[in-house]
Design a protein around this ligand. Structure first.
Ligand SMILES: [Zn+2]
Length: 420
């Protein structure tokens, strides 16, 4: 045991997430890993003599939060894009902004976004990257996660160049190696990648054993286009789906392409019917719910209660700052709780502890990182967030109710952010 690297983080509450809260608890960190989670009294007996003590008597210690869907390269678009506005208009404004963006602008935006994540206690992220710039920014900031490289292919003629570029980027990043970051593929959406190009990307991901993330069933316009080649986007994007079968919902279409496989994250899934929900429950995929983004882009409300009742695996993410007001998973949690309550009476409800799993262990599992992070457990990597919430009882409820930033964020045993 390297004593100089040992830290004992003590707080009024420790919330391991996969075990009940511990009053006057502590987390013992040795090097990059968690060496114990227990009451302070018990841990202090086994801590090395020169352990560094970090004491937070009016706060709570959590596993670092996991935000499984962001677009950090869009951070600066928050200043210019209109929100709320209908999705179609938003998308056109985004296309104009993206065309003007440079790599330098993207990396500056991603650096700022990464710092915001740390401030909100996020230690693991699922980032959708257009340029690869956010990979660099996340690496600099020392944040864990998966960077999904965005792939758009509006015609089969573009496919060989697009696939070659994707492959080159993946190879370059993988050969360089990064202790905290993994890579994945991000075919953008069913309406921005042709069927044959989509299949190529799935095949590439399967061959390299990579996770895949795509936006799916987000808006009524997408559904009308994919299922019936109707609606507002027919002239704009109809040609992309020239070789796709008619009559399949976006999710059934993705299943037809082989996308609904182990290691796939489906972001949004708002426009779904009962058959789609059954399909999702039968496939080894994760649904990534971004309710504030859905509200801002006026695409409808994901039937969360129905999905959970059917056994669909759901986690929660903020999406990027072009469609949402903060990168805070706790803000998202507060919003979704209110939304869930306003949807009326359901056969079941979720406890604050279950809600908290959606931004910790469930999201880590969705990203294939639950062995390393997502809960406070001995042997896991030391990803920790301390929140200034002083609760006497019901710590999970108090945490979700309080709009606050972290006072300390640790990734892999290293303090990546600390409030002044
Ligand atoms: Zn997105």
């Amino acid at each position: 045991m390297n004593q100089s690297q040992a830290k004992l983080v003590r707080a009024r509450w420790v919330l391991p997430v996969t075990a009940p809260p511990v009053r006057d608890g502590a987390v013992l960190v040795v090097g990059k890993c968690i060496a114990g989670v227990d009451t302070y009294k018990s841990l202090v007996l086994i801590a090395p003599p020169r352990v560094e003590r970090l004491e937070f008597p009016e706060s709570m210690v959590l596993p670092g939060l996991v935000n499984p869907h962001t677009h950090l390269e869009n951070t600066h678009f928050a200043q210019v894009i209109r929100r709320p506005q209908p999705f179609g208009r938003w998308l056109r404004q985004m296309v104009r902004l993206v065309r003007k963006q440079t790599f330098d602008a993207a990396i500056a935006a991603a650096r700022e976004g990464a710092q915001q994540l740390l401030r909100y206690g996020v230690t693991t992220v699922g980032e959708f990257s257009r340029w690869g710039a956010s990979f660099v920014a996340l690496q600099e900031a020392g944040i864990r996660g998966v960077v999904f490289k965005e792939f758009i292919c509006l015609s089969d003629e573009e496919e060989p160049t697009g696939s070659a570029k994707l492959w080159e980027w993946l190879q370059a990043v993988r050969s360089q190696g990064s202790p905290l970051l993994k890579v994945g593929v991000g075919p953008h959406a069913p309406y921005t990648v042709t069927p044959s190009a989509f299949r190529q990307v799935v095949q590439l991901a399967d061959e390299l054993g990579l996770p895949l993330c795509t936006h799916a069933a987000e808006s009524p316009a997408e559904r009308a286009l994919v299922e019936r080649r109707k609606g507002l986007w027919r002239l704009w994007l109809g040609a992309v789906l020239r070789d796709a079968p008619l009559g399949l919902s976006p999710l059934r279409y993705l299943d037809w392409l082989g996308v609904l496989r182990e290691g796939t994250l489906l972001v949004h899934c708002v426009q779904v019917d009962d058959e789609d929900i059954t399909l999702l429950s039968q496939r080894p995929v994760w649904v990534v719910h971004c309710p504030r983004s859905n509200a801002n882009l006026q695409v409808g409300t994901m039937p969360l209660a129905k999905m959970l009742s059917a056994g669909v695996k759901v986690c929660l993410a903020t999406d990027g700052l072009a469609s949402v007001d903060s990168l805070s998973p706790l803000d998202e949690l507060r919003f979704v709780q209110r939304l869930f309550a306003s949807q009326g009476a359901f056969a079941f409800s979720l406890s604050p502890a279950q809600w908290l799993r959606m931004v910790t262990i469930n999201a880590a599992e969705a990203l294939g990182m639950a062995r390393e992070t997502g809960s406070l457990e001995e042997g896991k990597r030391a990803d920790i967030a301390v929140f200034p919430v002083n609760a006497t009882e019901e710590p999970e409820e108090a945490l979700i109710a309080s709009a606050c930033e972290a006072i300390l964020t640790m990734v892999d045993g290293h303090i990546a952010w600390r409030a002044e």
